[in-house]
Write a protein that binds this ligand. Structure first.
Ligand SMILES: Cc1cc2nc3c(=O)[nH]c(=O)nc-3n(C[C@H](O)[C@H](O)[C@H](O)COP(=O)(O)OP(=O)(O)OC[C@H]3O[C@@H](n4cnc5c(N)ncnc54)[C@H](O)[C@@H]3O)c2cc1C
Length: 492
């Protein structure tokens, strides 16, 4: 992604700056191979690069994603969705979550599902892009994708190379540094070749070859808030009807993802090794697949947290080298995208100031910490019985998160913090989905006539149900618009 974006935006012709971009990677090591669920911002990335959406879907065996279902997160048998797009409609200046919370206390409102078009459409396994069909007041549905991460990397590699990025296949053996400044001057490859440069983007994954191993930027460990430390990933055979949403199902010491693609389904178990053995996690993962496994589960270990300085000297870490948050809300690929646009905003040259690095690092820390809070939110508000879930319920929360929960629980308030990734609607769906009913609503919601309030809620639901009923099934929609070639499906 980084090489493709730089190749696109920084080619010599368009900037006159003479940027030369070289990408070193090793096929022997390969990529981590997971990372298949995205959020709607990925569309902006592809659009900025001029990538045609249907061509991208075909090339990556992608399906559409309208949200994430959280099954069993509150308690076994319960489920809710964090869907993209809006929930309900404000009444004048009064935000919908206030109207809803009053409606719930009066016994008139259903779950957030009933007032969210994406959620209604997703649960009916349907899909549509563009303007609503039935009424101008019905919103467009934002969407993201599930895709094959290996195919996306391949697609972007071709894209980058076509824009002048030079790809060097090789194993980095040594990172060479300037004795005085400490800056990285070159990479020595196993072949003996050296690759020199002015600015180095460390995309070496969890190895963090430059930012961690060479420059020693410390890693801030967040395991006390997000104690899951292992994952097992396994593909299973394709299913006929691809759900247009990711499913995350809570289990006794972690959770399982299900990501349907056109040619197969991606599955994985994220778990906490202090509460379950690797063998038991693998057995449970395989027992919960909805089609035969196509491989053995592949183990991945991780430590949740972030690199303190992601820009240090002339190295900027992007991707897993900069930190890790479990994929519960599909945020890692977005964090890469966001890092790329931040780097392009700063566009470091041969000389950079500490003030620039400090600001970059501050912006990254803010973004990561707010996403961390959002992920911890899912864990802490559970009512499950297992020891792992009890520990999650009893943990001491980051102060920023504890304050948010209290604001919603006591007064029904949700405020987005500056330009954090997740909006009020996202926080609303998860806090409501995990079971919080605010004790009070905004005065304007309290002042609404009860009949008017009921009519408002019922009308939104009726409009969205009618709209959803006009959409084709997700599988039909793909078959008609963007099915991957059958040859590729057979080969995969
Ligand atoms: C279990 C799990 C599930 C995930 N699910 C999602 C998801 O659903 N959605 C999402 O947005 N994100 C997800 N992620 C995160 C996502 O996988 C990563 O953010 C994304 O794949 C980018 O990884 P990366 O490029 O930083 O690292 P990698 O994919 O590990 O790439 C590292 C690169 O560095 C190269 N390299 C390393 N060492 C050397 C060396 N010595 N010499 C030469 N080259 C070298 C490798 O060859 C490779 O090309 C998930 C992560 C995990 C662990």
């Amino acid at each position: 992604m980084t090489a493709a974006a730089f190749g696109h935006f920084l080619d010599e012709g368009s900037t006159g700056q003479g940027y030369k971009i070289r990408l070193v990677e090793s096929e022997t090591i390969g990529t981590i191979g997971v990372g298949e669920a995205t959020i709607p911002q990925i569309r902006m990335f592809n659009q900025a690069l001029g990538i045609d959406e249907n061509a991208f879907i075909r090339a990556t065996q992608a399906t559409f994603k309208l949200g994430i279902e959280f099954a069993g997160w509150k308690k076994p048998g319960h489920s809710y969705m964090h869907a993209f797009g809006d929930v309900g409609r404000a009444v004048g200046l009064c935000a919908f979550h206030h109207v809803w919370s009053r409606g719930v206390r009066l016994g008139l409102a259903g779950p957030t599902h009933d007032y969210c078009l994406n959620d209604i459409v997703a649960k009916q396994d349907r899909m549509h892009r563009g303007r609503a069909l039935t009424a101008p007041t019905v919103p467009e549905m934002p969407h993201a994708f599930h895709f094959d991460a290996g195919l996306y990397a391949r697609f972007l590699r071709d894209f980058a190379e076509a824009r002048g990025v030079q790809r060097i296949e090789g194993m980095i053996d040594e990172v060479l540094r300037d004795g005085e400044s400490g800056d990285v001057t070159a990479l020595r490859l196993a072949s003996g070749e050296t690759v020199s440069g002015d600015l180095f983007i460390d995309c070496s994954g969890m190895r963090a070859l430059l930012i961690g191993q060479a420059l020693g930027s410390p890693y801030e460990d967040w395991s006390h808030w997000l104690p899951c430390d292992r994952a097992l990933a396994v593909p299973s055979a394709r299913v006929e009807h691809f759900t247009p949403y990711t499913r995350s199902t809570a289990h006794d010491a972690g959770w399982q993802w299900r990501i349907p693609l056109q040619h197969r389904t991606g599955n994985g178990r994220v778990y906490c090794s202090a509460f379950i053995s690797d063998d038991a996690a693998a057995e449970s993962l395989l027992a919960h697949l909805d089609a035969p496994a196509l491989d053995d589960p592949r183990p991945i270990r991780f430590v949740t947290g972030r690199r303190r300085e992601v820009w240090k000297n002339n190295v900027i870490a992007v991707g897993l080298s900069s930190g890790f948050l479990e994929p519960l809300e599909s945020t890692s690929i977005h964090l890469i995208q966001s890092a790329i646009s931040r780097i392009l905003k700063f566009m470091p040259g041969k000389v950079t100031a500490q003030a620039e690095r400090d600001e970059y690092n501050r912006q990254f820390a803010f973004e990561m910490e707010r996403i961390r809070d959002f992920i911890v939110l899912h864990y802490t508000l559970n009512e499950r019985d297992e020891p792992f879930w009890r520990a999650c319920r009893e943990m001491e929360l980051p102060g920023t998160l504890a304050d948010r929960i209290a604001l919603f629980r006591e007064g029904g308030h949700i405020f987005r913090d500056a330009d954090e990734l997740f909006s009020e609607v996202a926080w609303f769906q998860v806090m409501a989905g995990q079971g919080i009913v605010p004790a009070r609503s905004h005065g304007m919601a309290e002042a609404l006539d009860v009949n008017d309030l009921k009519a408002w809620l019922d009308t939104i639901n009726a409009l969205y149900q009618r709209e959803a009923s006009r959409y084709p099934s997700h599988a039909d929609y793909i078959a008609r618009n963007c099915a991957a070639p059958a040859m590729t499906m057979a080969a995969a």
